[in-house]
Design a protein around this ligand. Sequence first.
Ligand code: SF4
Ligand code: SF4
Length: 111
Amino acid sequence: MNRDEFVRVVTQLVHGTDNVYVPSYPVCVECKLNGTVCRYDEGDYCLGPIALAGCGAPCPADGIPCEACRGMVEDANQKSIEKVMMEHGGLSEKRAKEKTRMFTANFRSDA
Ligand code: SF4
Ligand code: SF4
């Protein structure tokens, strides 16, 4: 959680909001809005396409992959992102599977 999100959530709670807003789109949206060079263009991997946004995509902006620490978007296609990470991100199948399980094991339908 960054400063802006903290202020927004606390403000919503103080005003008695029942449902605190959490974006439903992936980190890639925020990354593109930031104008960040995609990790895949650098030969790296990234979980941004399936990662739940709201953080402002600071990791790709700092030149490191998104690890989906906030969880996955609804209906995330884990198998597809594993394939992308293997074919374009230089990861072995084992490493790609480990990456999609690191913060999101409870979301997987095939875990
Ligand atoms: S760096 Fe990651 S989050 Fe950013 S556009 Fe590329 S895949 Fe998406
Ligand atoms: S790992 Fe991904 S979701 Fe977590 S803070 Fe970094 S960019 Fe955001």
